[in-house]
Design a binder for this molecule. Structure first.
Ligand code: FE2
Length: 413
């Protein structure tokens, strides 16, 4: 990224900060947050170069999406519509389409999305990339995008065996090729293997691969309405067994919605001990899940408030935008948080404020990224809004007035 020095910011004055009373001055030097101190109220004379007055607007870290699919974004016009609205039809539509894909197409669509989402405040994406087909076109395209966007957006790639790690006979070979090519994280989909036992075995092998290579693990895990799907328990236990504590994410876990309370109560301390981050994707799972129910129809969202109250890190993901799994989506993580308020009945003021770390620092921690929690010494990646508090951000879901990356204005100037 080339940065015009005139866009370099040295301080943000009169900033509101989530969870703290009063207004603050954020001093920035060498691209990092130097200090965050209460405003002293002294008069300023004239315009200070590099100083921004937030006029009481809330300043937050940039949004972090820890679960997305950049290879399929904006592909719906070509894949065709998912008429049943199920996960399974989405997988089938994508499978029929993906072998024809060229890397240039994926690069063009995913770049377009990153620029759209960046203007809405997003600066970090963990994207799964399908590694189930021979050309690995998505891997080639997204590694190029990762390089292209470095400096203005953190992109982390998860090798995702969409057609199954064992269900697809080439699953392991293709995943290892993708990791050799530079893909960062080990993915999987145990609930889509041919049998439950194969799903369990896939978790063991995937964790072993991650441990051998020093990588993190992020599985699509228990994305089903079957309350007896307990792969997350195996995943947490394997995190301990393979020394991957704090380096594992369980995405979706929609089965927890339908699971037995007694089993869930036993699961919580295991999740805490193993440092598993749970990544719900409410926009997508509200539409995909419950499709086999008559009325009443279950909502396909995992137990977010209960996990959060037990100290389990929860990070919310967008998952899909305009692809065979979801026809809508903007990339605005405030939309995801807004939907979570409704789906998980998090309408109390404190409950709504709990959603800010779920769309910023928790996802960054799962990805191992610095710079997304407004701490002194961190890179000065910041969003400045006109609204004065986070609840108003949830209500209005506005664009940031100013976007900073390492202390430089990169958008919405
Ligand atoms: Fe996903």
């Amino acid at each position: 990224m080339t940065v015009d020095p005139s866009l370099s910011i040295t301080e943000v004055r009169n900033a509101s900060i989530g969870g703290r009373q009063g207004l603050f001055r954020i001093k920035i030097g060498s691209g990092r947050i130097e200090t965050i101190e209460p405003e002293g109220g002294e008069a300023e004379s004239g315009e200070v170069i590099g100083s921004i007055d937030a006029h009481g607007g809330i300043v937050t870290p940039p949004f972090v999406d820890p679960h997305f699919h950049l290879d399929s974004v904006h592909s719906i016009d070509e894949t065709g519509e998912n008429e049943s609205g199920t996960l399974l039809e989405g997988i089938a539509l994508w499978k029929a389409y993906k072998t024809r894909l060229k890397p240039e197409q994926i690069l063009e669509r995913s770049r377009r999305y990153c620029l759209e989402a960046q203007a809405l405040g997003l600066q970090a994406i963990r994207s799964h990339v399908d590694v189930s087909y021979e050309s690995l076109a998505g891997v080639e395209a997204l590694l190029a995008l990762q390089k292209e966007m470095a400096g203005s957006m953190d992109i982390q790639l998860v090798g995702f065996p969409q057609d199954g790690f064992y269900r697809n006979p080439e699953g392991e070979r293709l995943l290892l090729s993708a990791l050799d090519a530079g893909v960062n994280v080990v993915g999987g989909i145990p609930h889509f293997e041919r049998t439950y036992e194969e799903g369990t075995r896939s978790i063991d092998r995937l964790c072993a691969i991650a441990a051998e290579r020093g990588l993190r693990v992020d599985l699509h895990c228990d994305e089903t309405d079957d309350g007896a799907s307990h792969h997350v328990e195996t995943l947490a236990a394997k995190a301990l067994e393979y020394g991957l504590t704090g380096r594992i994410a369980a995405s979706h876990t929609t089965s927890l919605h339908s699971a037995e309370n007694a089993w869930f109560a036993k699961l919580l301390p295991l999740l805490a001990e193993s440092g598993v981050t749970v990544i719900p994707n409410p926009l997508i799972n509200l539409t995909l899940q419950g499709r086999f129910d008559s009325y009443p129809k279950r909502r396909g969202v995992t137990r977010i408030p209960e996990l959060d109250a037990a100290g389990i890190p929860v990070a919310l993901g967008q998952d899909c935008v305009r692809d065979p799994w979801y026809p809508l989506g903007t990339g605005n993580l405030l939309d995801v948080a807004h939907m979570t308020v409704h789906a998980s009945q998090m309408t109390g003021i404190d409950a709504m404020n709990r959603l800010l770390p779920m769309i910023t620092s928790n996802g960054a921690a799962a990805m191992g990224l610095p710079g997304y929690s407004m701490r002194e010494g961190e890179p000065a990646h910041l969003l400045i809004f006109s609204e004065s508090n986070f609840v108003e951000l949830l209500r209005l879901r506005p664009r940031p007035a100013v976007i900073l990356r390492a202390g430089n204005r990169i958008g919405n100037v």
